[in-house]
Design a protein around this ligand. Structure first.
Ligand code: UD1
Ligand code: CA
Length: 454
């Protein structure tokens, strides 16, 4: 087999989505649909991937970065016209060109690979992947001859009542021999209900030329579902989440209730981790082994070590090392680094801070822009005063420091190693190591006060 090239069609507006953004950028399981398709192509061994963009081209480009080559279809004149736009990029290519649609996020690498292999085995000029749908509405129907060979594909809008009764549909996924594809595309017309150049017409054109065309049926129709509306999007979301949860359970993760556990496509979770209901693991989140997460927690782009316990926690763009315990009601904000065995208790917010090994933030803290050493104890209600209304400043707290309850550390300020801050202090000057700072009014007791009031 020669080097496999893939064209992914992603220029359409997706009118039925009623969206300001291109359809293929809508996310399923936390990832743009076109990315899912690209991943499937790559998993199937595609070495060169060309994405045809049009509506919202810049947005699609921004999403893809340099993950694929991009070609623009200025006017969306149909799927056949879209494929033609890639021809100039393929002057030197030979062999098989695979065509995928950017709106089939459930596609797997295994299925794409199967299509490619069967196409090669059949020695066909064109092979279409088909599926039998419980509800074929909107899809192109696969019309077969009496002998069972593919005769043509008829779009829903062009189909007769009899043709619409067919439940075998075109998945929109094909393998073509390059020269046959582009020569047939030049003969595709637009005399149809939508006035578009239909890619599936290539099949009947090749058949009429006496070339071999072939069909491969998907075992599981779900993998080929095309997303055209918000309803389809929700359907795809549900299927992909279920698939991801099954994968996790098969790899040794306990989900207390898979129905209410939401894990994005690229998230990894180590074995023996237990996830309680209403927990979201999003984006590039990676969780170690033997953690207990949730209930009601959300982790976005968060790296979590082993044996971490977190309930009722929202953490994003941060790192939490092994053995840390957190919650309930904790918010860990971006650029925070929580070291090993840190204990973060009730109603605590941490932002852009490093918390050293074994330090304790047990109740009601705001820690922002702070570099905290190891073994620090922060009393209830301690706060870093990091913002003067214009600028942010950092607070430094040394190893084994003890900050008494309800203290304010007014940054920029440093509390030395082993230093103490008396409860209720407002610290505006550095506290040297191993010293006690008391920064509050002294208590004065007034005798017989009740009598004097009378
Ligand atoms: C298409 C197929 C249909 C098949 C279905 C499978 C055609 C004519 N019909 O229909 O047989 O059953 O997919 O899901 O091919 N696109 C472009 N440029 C265009 C038009 C579309 O790039 O000018 C892209 C879209 O962005 C989309 C894909 O091609 O990713 C499919 O287009 P869509 O309009 O969704 O086609 P369907 O009506 O679903
Ligand atoms: Ca579609």
């Amino acid at each position: 087999m020669s080097e496999l090239v893939t064209i992914i069609l992603a220029a359409g507006k997706g009118t039925r989505m009623k969206s300001a953004h291109p359809k293929v950028l809508h996310q399923v399981c936390g990832k743009a649909m076109v990315r899912h398709v690209l991943d499937a192509a790559e998993a199937a061994g595609s070495k060169r991937n060309i994405i045809v963009v049009g509506f919202g081209a810049d947005e699609v480009r921004a999403e893809l970065g340099n993950a694929a080559e991009v070609v623009v279809q200025a006017e969306q004149l149909g799927t056949g016209h879209a494929v033609l736009q890639a021809e100039p990029l393929l002057q030197d290519a030979h062999g098989t060109v695979m065509v995928l649609c950017g709106d089939t996020p459930l596609l797997t690498g295994a299925l794409v690979k199967k299509l490619y292999e069967e196409h090669a085995k059949a020695g066909a000029k064109a092979t279409v992947l088909t599926a039998v749908m419980p509800d074929a509405t909107g899809y192109g129907r696969v019309i077969r001859t009496a002998a069972g060979n593919v005769e043509k594909i008829v779009e829903h809008k062009d189909a007769t009542e009899e043709e619409r009764a067919v439940r075998e549909v075109n998945s929109g996924i094909y393998c073509f021999e390059k020269d046959a594809l582009f020569s047939a595309l030049k003969n595709v017309g637009c005399d149809n209900a939508q006035g578009e150049y239909y890619l599936p017409d290539v099949l009947s054109i090749l058949r009429e030329r006496g070339e071999k065309i072939w069909a491969v049926a998907a075992d599981d129709y779900e993998e080929t579902l095309g997303v055209n509306s918000r309803m389809h999007l929700a359907q795809a979301e549900k299927i992909l989440r279920r698939r991801k949860n099954l994968e996790l359970m098969e790899s040794g993760v306990t989900l207390m209730d898979p129905e209410s556990t939401f894990v994005d496509a690229d998230v990894v979770v180590g074995r023996d981790t237990v996830i309680y209901p209403f927990t979201w693991l999003e984006g590039k989140t990676a969780v170690g082994e033997a953690c207990t997460l949730g209930p009601s927690s959300r982790f976005t782009d968060t790296k979590i070590g082993n044996g971490v316990t977190a309930h009722f926690v929202y953490a994003h763009e941060c790192e939490i090392e092994s053995g840390a315990t957190m919650g309930p009601f904790v918010h860990i904000r971006p650029d925070s680094h929580i070291s090993k065995d840190v204990k973060i208790g009730n109603f605590v917010e941490v932002k852009n801070s490093n918390i050293g090994e074994g330090s304790k933030l047990p109740h009601l803290q705001y820690i922002g822009d702070c570099d905290m050493g190891a073994g620090v104890n922060m009393g209830c209600g301690t706060i870093t005063v990091n913002y003067d209304g214009k600028q942010k400043f950092r607070t430094k707290i040394g190893d084994n420091a003890f900050v008494g309850c309800n203290s304010n550390l007014v940054a920029p300020v440093a509390v030395g190693d082993g230093a103490y801050v008396a409860a209720g202090s407002t610290i505006t000057k550095d506290v040297p190591a191993d010293e006690l700072a008391v920064a509050r009014a002294r208590q004065k007791n007034i005798p017989n006060w009740p009598d004097k009031r009378k």
